[in-house]
Design a binder for this molecule. Structure first.
Ligand code: NAP
Length: 302
């Protein structure tokens, strides 16, 4: 039996419309327009596309956004100075540094330069710590997007065995931390797998919810799933496709054709997790603006 397709694009559309309404509400009780600045270093075409998509989503919901484009030759100090300036710029409630950065820049140090209350990607160690503590200001983009995807498609993680393939700082680890919290959207029993995991197919077969964030096509095959599994495919991989004008197409980590014949539900790539990640970013920028409004006592300033 073919699996239910979890339509991340439609769910994200619904979230964007809720955010747009909240932004209108915020505007009616303060003069604040949420603002997001994206910092793009170098000319990696994929990064430029990601930033452009985020800005288009900002426009749609009423977030003021701008991109600061910097040469790949920028020094560590110069980039840090830019960020220190943005930390103090009241127009922006969120700062996003598009990763990866050129290799001469210390990514960790750059992230730590962003003020934690503007770190809408939730990568600053203070925000990582708050997540572990169950006291998040900003939720991590892709993990929170996955959590919403599950909740809004009727697959509450509570009490479920969630198996996550991948332990990166942006997906695997924060997702595990989010889903294990004793709160709504959490209460899952989480197993995190990686390249040193032994007997991966046996572990994934036992999953109620299987999340793959590995970054390699066809990693999850039909022998690794069961008919009760809900599969969330985070991977975004380019594979050559001469039939496409651009010469490639995007696929996830999962053998979609084979696995979707077996499992209960599955997300497509594209149109699954990707739009949800952007929705979280918008929600975090709104939250930053609401915090700023709260600091001003919620008193209309115009
Ligand atoms: P990453 O930093 O490269 O981490 C990959 C993780 O997968 C590592 O922990 C690695 O284990 C593990 N892994 C690799 N091969 C494996 C295998 N055969 N079995 C089990 N584990 C394996 O990747 P990432 O940044 O988390 O991204 C993962 C994928 O998600 C990429 O395709 C990326 O483009 C995509 N992504 C999508 C979104 C979205 O919004 N849709 C957002 C973020 C990322 P080790 O730690 O042992 O090396």
């Amino acid at each position: 039996m073919a699996a239910e397709i979890i339509d991340g694009a439609a769910i994200a559309r619904g979230i964007r419309s809720e955010i747009a309404q909240s932004i209108r509400d915020l505007g009616s009780r303060s003069s604040i327009t949420p603002g997001l600045v994206a910092v793009l270093v170098g000319n990696d075409p994929a990064s430029a596309i990601y930033v452009r998509n985020k800005r288009l989503a900002c426009d749609e919901v009423g977030i003021f956004s701008t991109t600061i484009e910097l040469p790949s030759s920028i020094s560590q100090i110069e980039l840090m100075e830019q960020l220190i300036g943005l930390n103090q710029d009241d127009r922006f409630h969120g700062i996003l540094v598009q990763l990866p950065l050129p290799s001469h820049l210390d990514q960790r140090l750059i992230i730590e330069t962003i003020a934690p209350d503007k770190d809408v990607d939730s990568l600053h160690p203070i925000n990582v710590g708050r997540l572990a503590d169950g006291q998040s200001t900003f939720l991590p983009g892709t993990p929170a997007g996955i959590q919403q995807l599950l909740l809004r498609s009727g697959f509450d993680p509570a009490g479920q065995h969630v198996v996550i393939c991948g332990r990166s700082n942006i997906v695997g680890k924060p997702l595990a931390m989010l889903l294990v919290q004793k709160t709504y959207g959490g209460n899952a029993t989480v197993t995190v797998c990686h390249t040193a995991t032994r007997g991966l197919p046996e572990i994934t077969k036992g999953a109620d919810i299987l999340v793959s964030a590995v970054g390699s096509p066809n990693t999850i095959t039909p022998d690794m799933v069961s008919s009760d599994t809900v599969v969330i495919d985070v991977g975004i991989n380019r594979i050559p496709d001469p039939s496409k004008k651009r010469g490639y197409r995007l696929v996830g980590d999962v053998d979609f054709e084979g696995v979707s014949e077996i499992v209960k539900a599955i997300t497509p790539v594209p149109g699954g997790v990707g739009p949800m990640t952007i929705a979280t970013l918008l929600g975090n920028t709104l939250k930053g603006a609401e915090i700023a409004a709260g600091r001003m006592g919620g008193i209309p300033t115009t």
